[in-house]
Design a binder for this molecule. Sequence first.
Ligand SMILES: [Fe+2]
Ligand SMILES: [Fe+2]
Length: 438
Amino acid sequence: MADGGEPLIPVLSVGLDESFYSKALTGFRKRLRIVECVYDLELLRKPLEEPPLMIFCGQRPASESVIEFATLLRENHPSAFLFFVGQSKLGCDRAGLLAAGFNDVYLLPLDFKTLSHAIAQAIASQNHEGLVFRPVKLIDIGPDTQLDFDTYVFLPLNKKHIKFSAAGDVLEQERADRLRQHDVGSLYVSAGQLERFYEYTASRLQAIQGDATLSLTERTERLERAVRGLVGELFTSDETSEDDAKRIVSDCQNVVRTYITNTQSGNLYEKILTVNDTNSDTYSHAANVSTYAALFALALGVGNVDDIALAGLLHDIGMAHVAHEDLIPHPATALEIIRKRKLVLSDLVEAIIFQHHERFDGQGYPGKLRGIEICIEAQLLALADRIDEMTAPELDQARVTPREAVARLLKETGDDPAHAAFDIAMVEKVWALFQEKN
Ligand SMILES: [Fe+2]
Ligand SMILES: [Fe+2]
């Protein structure tokens, strides 16, 4: 027990020692029970007495990659906060570390303050039962919505999460209205029940999309609202912190994954995930592009959502097999690799992959297709591709937010629509999707 009678918080520390604890963990130390481990896969495979809330990983002595370790730790401790703390940029590939499952990467001593903040947040996210909470946004709550997970609200004064509804409860109209009035972005789900939240969200999207009793306008409006709710402030605010943005993107990815695995493309999607090297940088790019493009397609009511999500995962699979100086063959190379690996895709998925670098003005590659010669799915994918490129985390550069990226593309396209990469009407629709609506 800690001084205040509270149970100690379990922490796993890999490859770090006293010099780190004394500098980075002051103020928290008394509340933590630290289990130390060296970088050794065998040791790390052994189960721990209690699941750690946080895992700190230091740099490996031989500056070798920590990716393998991160993957193992992430698998064994899916809801832990996994932090990388390094001392030099050398051997610290931020994008790769994030893709491997780290929640964040801190370079010391520069990032002591942000690390402290993250530790405080991680501790605050835990309640007396040891649950870890994640803020979520429930989309499309109707009068008789039944949730099969518990929801909580956070009371800032008491610094406590209290239960708002229990799994199996029907959210009555009045409570649902109250939630909506308060624009509750502040509902929480415990980390252990997140999968059920993804399942709920994906099935709501599917239900609206397949609801034959809705008029086209109603359906589009509800899908727009649902996607806007899911994506939250990601595209509407420049103020969103990097951590929040990452959490939203990861939630969106999980919802799209669940959405697709529930359709007939599900098997294929899972197969692609096993074919793709999920540890690489390119994987996180592919997953982001797939997610953005699928959500745009859903919300705008255009294109085949499943196919666009599949194509998104595979679109740059040819990249690793072409020379850096000449990327033009990579869409064709992608299709060759897909055939070699015996993935049977629809003509549309192949077309989307093949056309993802075409430009609306006809100046793209490989086919110099123009305007509506490019399928709408490839147009949406190309837009998502640019957005993710612009927002990719770079160690030394100020971050471009997704909202800023869309704003810049809107300006770039609007300035000279005849010589633009994208259809101005499409960019305007995507921009409009994330503007405040009454
Ligand atoms: Fe590409
Ligand atoms: Fe790409």
